[in-house]
Ligand binder design. Sequence first.
Ligand code: NAP
Length: 380
Amino acid sequence: AGLLERISAEVPLSAVVHAAGVLDDGVLDGLSVERFEGVLRAKAEGAWHLHELTRGLDLSAFVLFSSFSATVGGAGQGNYAAANAYLDALAEVRRAEGLPATSIAWGPWAESGMAADSALVSGRMERFGLPPMDPALAVTALERAISGSDTCPVITDVDWSRFGKELSGSRNSALFGEIAEVQELYRTVDHASTDGPAEPTSALAETLAALPVAEREPMLLDVIRKHTATVLGYGTPTGIDAERGFFEMGLDSLTAVELRNRLNTASGLRLPSTTLFDYASPAALARHLLAELAPDASAPENALPEEIDRLESVLSALPEDDMARVRAVVRLQSMLAKLSHAGAGTAVQGASGGDALDGDLDGVSVDELFDVIDRELGDA
Ligand SMILES: NC(=O)c1ccc[n+]([C@@H]2O[C@H](COP(=O)([O-])OP(=O)(O)OC[C@H]3O[C@@H](n4cnc5c(N)ncnc54)[C@H](OP(=O)(O)O)[C@@H]3O)[C@@H](O)[C@H]2O)c1
């Protein structure tokens, strides 16, 4: 209001361009009322004040800088998309009142500004299929948009082959269905899905299985470093230290989910969204992925479930009073007691008074053995 009052009557205000904005991206459960409020304040409140304060003036243009994320949504931009959708709605309200209004849904600009200034944001946009726009071209498009009749035009550069992949969940979407490049992409996807067998769930698991054991973890580490570099917007993985924490390297909750998604696609696994918190460095994560994708069958612990199954089937095939079965059961009881650290050494004192179960059971009578079992099971 103060600024508007200072504008002289000789050179009256003829146009308003509202270009204020802040980003505060985060996955939805990380957003709070405060994080919505800060983003909405710059957009919705400022634009509404300008609308009210200039309503009575003879303006030729009232331009709002909105965003493509309000048109189609954007990963991690729940608050920003809402704030920009407010601008689009305000433009519609003004037009309905006969006032000038154009709300432009911009894609990312190159060279400077909130997208170009953040490698994380611009990298994410580019991977999503939205390369940065040449500012000179964008300004030309702005001039055309203001003189055009659309209330909410979209001005963005789109790499449809990438963007279309992100759209695969919304096929035949009313919003994009008429765009020739998208139609072509749908045709390719349809063709691929009816043409030959599907890709194996995880080529990575197969590649790993074919590698010598010693080469598996380094190979997974390379994959993790490569994807980490990509989500961080680095050209190569050389700067990604295997032992350094992901969050120390610059990942945030949003890029952590993006990295998790990439690893899920690469591995065929369904890693939970907390994975990068639980395995906080590339090296720790590589060990975890290795265990998930290619457990070393020769490691004794990996043979355990099968061994226990075998033991169970041999023992259950024997009659209950078979001496071999009784001896085995007693030994197992003894072993369990030791492993659980619950009275190891005392629980195995048999009726014979010795540590019968640690050694050879041949000298122990059937009655003594049953006595031990009963006491172990708490029946005595
Ligand atoms: N750049 C892009 O690629 C892109 C893409 C889509 C949409 N947009 C939209 O285009 C507009 C301009 O973007 P940009 O790249 O120029 O952004 P920017 O470089 O980050 O500049 C944003 C400006 O908004 C001002 N601002 C922030 N909060 C404010 C508030 N509460 N009241 C008044 N001013 C406030 C900032 O002032 P201070 O510096 O003083 O805080 C800054 O001058 C924004 O609305 C943005 O959402 C940009």
